[in-house]
Design a protein around this ligand. Sequence first.
Ligand SMILES: Nc1ncnc2c1ncn2[C@@H]1O[C@H](COP(=O)(O)OP(=O)(O)OP(=O)(O)O)[C@@H](O)[C@H]1O
Length: 229
Amino acid sequence: MNELVPEDPVVRLSGLKRSFEQGGVRIDVLRGIDLAIAPGEIVALLGPSGSGKSTMLQAVGLLEGGFEGKIEIAGIDATALSGDDRTVLRRDYLGFVYQFHHLLSDFSAVENVILPQLVAGKTAANAHERASELLASLGLAKRLDHRPSQLSGGEQQRVAVARALANRPRLVLADEPTGNLDEATADRVFEEFLKLVRNEGSSALVATHNERLALRMDRVLRLHEGVLS
Ligand SMILES: Nc1ncnc2c1ncn2[C@@H]1O[C@H](COP(=O)(O)OP(=O)(O)OP(=O)(O)O)[C@@H](O)[C@H]1O
């Protein structure tokens, strides 16, 4: 893998397009997206329901094919990679947080944060230390051995945030990361998410409907009719 040149954007999208066929009708969801996110920059992605925010995150997350245009992650052209190399790029450079936590229910909080690190080749001891530190920084030092079902919604989402950051991703992709929480909890968890991403020096692209939370980020993008403004 290339080393990131400091001035390289963490992600660069050039002419990104995505269409779907629904009942014989073609819907052009993304109609030519151009975007560069700088190292350490936290960017909000606003847009009405169905405007294509999740579709765009799926593209940047290298989770789906079917796109036109170019997606570069840390200066590497992801569209030119094989499936295996794309998986490595995703694992080493990207972290994901979703609206619903998607934690593994049979594993404890700390194990959920350890597992992606083991997959990335860390030793169990190092992974445990990193997971414990991250969870402690999110106020969960006394919840390490709790399973997801023994945690509140806000706590579950904090574990999901810790998991996303476990491998020190260059870019965190978050799709309505606090959309499933009540307003007060969402605000708290969101502040903690922002603080942690900043402390870690990661960048983030955060899809949200929440204008107020969007204004807490470095830049606000609006997706409308398939293009950004
Ligand atoms: N796999 C698919 N097949 C067909 N159409 C799809 C598919 N995925 C998304 N779409 C369509 O693409 C459009 C954008 O969907 P997307 O989920 O990206 O929007 P969104 O902005 O994230 O919406 P929300 O805020 O409601 O989550 C919608 O019209 C949706 O129906």
